[in-house]
Design a binder for this molecule. Structure first.
Ligand SMILES: Cc1ncc(COP(=O)(O)O)c(C=O)c1O
Length: 418
């Protein structure tokens, strides 16, 4: 089925990809299998499933039919080999990194990434003996120069959050391929609607499905998609060799599901997978509207003298506008930032907003606003804050799908109070 589904437009794949009405009842919404375990009539049958001789579910930390529905949808949308769902975006990132790197290894990451990911890489990984080499996110040569014998992956976000810089994914993929290192792309902010990282050479794609994939701010989740492009027999990843012998090119997915995610335990709940499977169906129209609205808001703010600076990859003033234009086919996402004169002004502005909600999330259908320095980046050092592009004067918006005129009037009124 997937071969034909994958020939359809993405908007159609969102509706019909990888789920057909359930066979017993004909239910068109994916059923919620809210069950911890799955029973077998005989000990022999359960043994065969555990041994991998027969297909079947065992325990929902390892696999669950509702989760598989979501995993297949994401695998189709990212044109991947398969996917593994996780409890959150952070759980997905942790599983990939801890699966590929161990004590004495290194990973390379762009320095302009989500604060939580930065903290994981800079702090916890260090305590596990894994060194992260942070490089300027858009400096391709810096990634190349940083690769060594013990480098296990290159990590980048398609649009750095909240700096909103745009690394050249195709150029980075070439660097990773030259050295046979796995290239991991966090596509949370752009979604497959703006970019399928595999088409530019990514090996693994990660999403925090808590954001646009879900779209309604009501569930936390994450997903790991193996694009099927990396040769898992590579001696650089000897921990995968037994999985390669058993599962060939499915080795990484089998390793993630049957060892890394099983042992770390960050599994997605079936109910959250259900919410995300429903949310994903409207991703196409939502992204169109998010992007159109954000472009209008960015244009409004760029003309407004009360605002010191506006950052949006769709503006020609953005330093990576040309890369964004090429990479995202003329759409630039929902995130934009603006700068005022001080933290006090930012707080006054946020407090003056009537409809934009002041909260720690992005990718909700509603317009969201946050002051990064005092919230999700507060644990970063001054140097780290500079790397992720955060200062006290910065406000981040995730522009929603309301009518653009109403979003603009909300911002306009709040700016008048600053
Ligand atoms: C780009 C990006 N990746 C990953 C994450 C982490 O996702 P989660 O909150 O689902 O753990 C976030 C959270 O904001 C994010 O913005």
């Amino acid at each position: 089925m997937n071969a034909t589904i994958r020939q359809l437009h993405l908007e159609t794949q969102l509706m019909h990809g990888a789920y057909e009405p359930e066979q017993i009842t004909g239910a068109t919404a994916i059923p919620i299998f809210q069950s911890t375990s799955f029973a077998y009539k005989t000990a022999e049958e359960l043994e065969a499933v555990f041994a991998g001789r027969d297909a079947g579910y065992v325990y929902s930390r390892i696999g669950n039919p509702t989760l598989v529905g979501l995993e297949r949808r994401l695998a189709v949308l990212e044109d991947g080999l398969g996917a593994v769902a996780c409890a959150s975006g952070m759980a997905a990132i942790s599983a990939v990194v801890l699966g590929l790197a161990g004590q004495g290894d290194e990973i390379i990451s762009g320095n302009s990434i989500f604060g939580g990911t930065y903290s994981l890489f800079a702090n916890l990984l260090k305590r596990c003996g894994i060194q992260t080499v942070f490089v300027e996110s858009t400096d391709i040569d810096a990634y190349r120069d940083a690769i060594g014998e013990r480098t296990k992956l290159i990590f980048v976000e398609t649009v750095g959050n909240p700096k909103l810089d745009v690394p050249d994914i195709a150029a980075l993929a070439n660097v990773a391929k030259e050295k046979n290192v796995v290239f991991v792309v966090d596509n949370t902010v752009t979604t497959p609607l703006l970019l399928q990282p595999k088409t530019l050479g990514a090996d693994i794609v990660i999403h925090s499905t808590s954001k646009f994939i879900n779209g309604h701010g009501n569930a936390i989740g994450g997903i790991i998609v193996d694009c099927g492009t990396f040769d898992w027999s590579s001696p650089r990843y000897s921990q995968l060799s037994i999985f390669y012998k058993r599962a060939g090119n499915m080795a990484f997915l089998a390793y993630l599901r049957n060892q890394i995610c099983r042992d770390l335990g960050g599994c997605l709940s079936p109910f959250n997978a259900f919410l995300m499977s429903i949310g994903i169906e409207s991703l196409g129209v939502r992204m169109e509207r998010h992007c159109a609205n954000a472009m209008r808001v960015a244009g409004f703010l760029a003309e407004d003298r009360r605002v010191r600076e506006v950052r949006y990859p769709g503006l020609s003033s953005h330093p990576n506008h040309a890369v964004a234009q090429r990479q995202f086919a003329g759409r630039y996402g929902a995130l934009l930032t603006l700068k005022l004169e001080s933290k006090a002004q930012c707080f006054k502005f946020i407090n003056g907003l009537k409809r934009a909600q002041n909260l720690a999330n992005l990718g909700d259908a509603k317009t969201l606003v946050i002051h990064p320095a005092s919230t999700f980046c507060r644990d970063l050092t001054e140097e780290q804050r500079q790397a992720v592009g955060v200062s006290d004067e910065l406000v981040r918006f995730s522009i929603g799908i309301e009518h653009a005129d109403d979003i603009i009037s909300d911002l306009d009124n709040a700016l008048a109070q600053v």
